[in-house]
Write a protein that binds this ligand. Sequence first.
Ligand code: GLV
Ligand code: MN
Ligand code: MN
Length: 416
Amino acid sequence: MPLHTIDTARLTGRIRELGEIGRDAQRQLTRLAGSDNDKAGRDRLVAWLEAAGLDVAVDRIGNIFGIWCGESNADVEPIMLGSHIDTVINAGIYDGCYGVLAALEVIETLRERGVAPARPIVVAAFTNEEGVRYAPDMLGSLVHVGGLSVEAALSTVGTDGTMLGEELERIGYAGDAEPGFLKPHAYVELHIEQGPVLEREGFAIGAVESLQGISWQRITIDGVANHAGTTPMAMRCDAGLAAARIGLFLRDHITRSNAPSVATIGTMRFEPDAINVIPSRATFTVDLRDPDEDRLQGLEAALADFLLRVAAEEGVEISVERLARFQPVAFDLGIVATIEASAKARGLKSRRMTSGAGHDAQMIARIAPTAMIFVPSRDGISHNPREHTEADDLVAGANVLLDVVERIACSGWKGS
Ligand code: GLV
Ligand code: MN
Ligand code: MN
C-alpha cells in the first residue's frame, strides 16, 4: 500500500485559525461548551466540513459529524475519527482541535489521492468534552454510547446556572439526529499527549492502550462566619481551614502511598469571601485519577474517611456531590498494534502508554474497538496557553492516523 501524506499547511493553518476563535481582549482562548465562542468555533468547523463535501449531521446533544461515504455503502458501519473543539478556560489551541482537524485532513487526503475506502469515514466533534461548564466531562460521547440519557444531559445545569439544552438551542446546535445513530466499526482519536513522557523519552508517537479512571466530586463545607480578629483559634468552625486541610491530606496521602494517583482541587470558593471574616462556607472540586480501579476506590475511601475526621476536628459539616466517575479503560489491542505498525512503517519511534487525560475515546470504547494516537507536548504542558506541539510532530501523528484508517477501512480488518 503506497504511503500518502497529509497537507501540512492545510492542517496547521486550520489549527491556528480555529485557535483564533474565542479569544478575549487579553487574547485568552476560551470556548466553553454551549457558549457563543463555542458556536463560533462550531460554525467554522461545519463550514470546513461542508466545503470538503461531507454530509454534516448534528445530533440532539450537539455532537457534530462530517460523513464521507465515497463509493462505500452508507449502511456499512463507518470508521469514526475525532475528538472535541470545546476548551478549558485560557486554553491552548491543540487539545481536541488537533484530533478533529486531522480527521478532516485524513478524509480530504484519501479523497484527493483517489483512495476508495470500503467503509464511510466520519469526523466527530463531541459536545462538552472538557466538562468545565457542565459535568460530567466527555458528556457528548457519553450520550452517544447510551451511558447518559439525552434528556438528562440536556437538563444539566452548568457552573453559571445555565442549562445545556437551552444553550445548545440558543447557539443553533440542538440538532435532530438521535444520539448514537452512527455506530462505528472502529474509533481512532489522535490527540496531543498533554504530558511529558513522549518528549522526555524521545518518542514521536504514543500508541495509547489504556486510560486512567476519573473521579470528580464537589465538596461543600459549612462552618460559622465570625470575626477574624476576635475569635480565638480554638473557638473557630473555619470552613476555609478545613478545605485547606483536605488539599494537604490528598497530596500527603498520595506521596506516602507511592502510587501514580493524582489529585487536584481546581476550583474553590469561600463565603462570604472577605478578608476579615472566617469563612462560613467553602465549596470546591476534587479531581482524583488513577490507572487502577481498586487503587482509585481506595483513594476515594481514604478521602471519605478524612472528611469525617476533619468534620469532627474542625466542627464543620461536610457534604459531597459526585460530578463524574469513570473507570479505567483498556483500548483495543488490534488497533494499538496497527498504530505501532503504521508508525514503524514511517520510521517513527513509538511506545505504548496510558492516557492521563480523559478523552471521548474512553466513551466510544464501550461500543466499538477504539484506540488513541498521541504526539509529544512541549514541556508536557496542556490546559494552558503555552500548550505546544511542533508541526513535524503534528504531521507525523496525522500521517499515522491516515495509515491506520487506510489499514482498517481499505483492508478486510474485522477488529480484534
Ligand atoms: C480533559 O481534558 C480531562 O482530562 O480533564
Ligand atoms: Mn482533549
Ligand atoms: Mn482538555
